[in-house]
Design a binder for this molecule. Sequence first.
Ligand SMILES: Cc1cc2nc3c(=O)[nH]c(=O)nc-3n(C[C@H](O)[C@H](O)[C@H](O)COP(=O)(O)OP(=O)(O)OC[C@H]3O[C@@H](n4cnc5c(N)ncnc54)[C@H](O)[C@@H]3O)c2cc1C
Length: 306
Amino acid sequence: MVCEFKCEFKENYELKNHTSFKIGGCAKRAFFPSNIEEFAQLLTELENPIVLGNCSNVLISSQGIDGDVILTSKMNSFEVVNNTITAQCGVKVPMLSREAENRGLSGFEFMIGFPGSVGGAVYMNASAHSQSVSDTFKHCRAFDTETNKIVELNKEDMQFGYRKSVLQEDRYILLEAKCELLPSAKEEITSIMQRNLSFRKDRQPSLSTPNAGSIFRNPPNDSAGRLLEKAGVKGLKIGGAQVWLGHANFIINVENATSTDVSQLMNKMYNEVKDKYTIKLEPEVKFVGIKSKEEDELWDTMLNKK
Ligand SMILES: Cc1cc2nc3c(=O)[nH]c(=O)nc-3n(C[C@H](O)[C@H](O)[C@H](O)COP(=O)(O)OP(=O)(O)OC[C@H]3O[C@@H](n4cnc5c(N)ncnc54)[C@H](O)[C@@H]3O)c2cc1C
């Protein structure tokens, strides 16, 4: 369907199959901009739309989203000039990682292992294997929702930290990012990427087992996985959601799990670590959409709002 925005959109759009968790109800409307002009028009004219990339770091409510969603999957063009890569927010990062490899550019080897988009990766300052988005990030074009203008942000403006960027303050929406990589021997890059992929094989579930990556952030100087394992949560199951037996910081959707199953299981994991170690783990996965009263309470506890 084409709307007055000249951009494809769908009504009552089921999001479940967009997510790596395979959980989520419908959005009232889902928009699919395919260029920056369409995206900026939507951001100007829609009321508080939720922007989603590849939905690999979100828990979407089984009750759905009471509003508009913008999915960036069609914002997927990129350009390579010498050692810089400029990519629109919807480009999938494993693809970018392969592109950099083919051109003998180092800096994106870590991105081969997770199913994010450029927008989600910058939002999270995604990182792995001692590399992070902020290492190569130069600047970006973003939409400023306070002024309704497209602005340029430099690395200094981005306030990057561990799983942190200024995008999390909800003022800016990433349109495209420019990164500067280092020329390097292709064989060397390939071997790092292979090493990264085989490291993940035993330590995280594959995408054929629906999951959303690490559930909790690492607390300072410790590992959420280590604490959760010691707290004995591996294998715990609520409804269709289960803590993965291979690593205690992953929840897998084993049998039509709902957002409530996952929220309850997360809360159980959170409480086990809090009770045993007086450490309050912080969720890395973000809840999106309508919260039931129970979900509201569970998330308020985990986000330390009460
Ligand atoms: C198997 C698996 C392994 C993983 N391993 C890692 C890992 O090693 N390291 C790591 O850091 N992460 C990892 N993740 C988590 C996730 O893949 C990354 O954080 C990824 O970068 C998220 O991108 P996304 O497009 O899926 O974001 P989404 O889940 O779609 O969105 C995440 C957040 O970003 C926001 N967002 C998305 N696009 C934009 C935009 N254009 N502008 C502003 N905000 C935006 C959304 O609103 C949301 O709040 C893993 C996930 C899985 C499933």
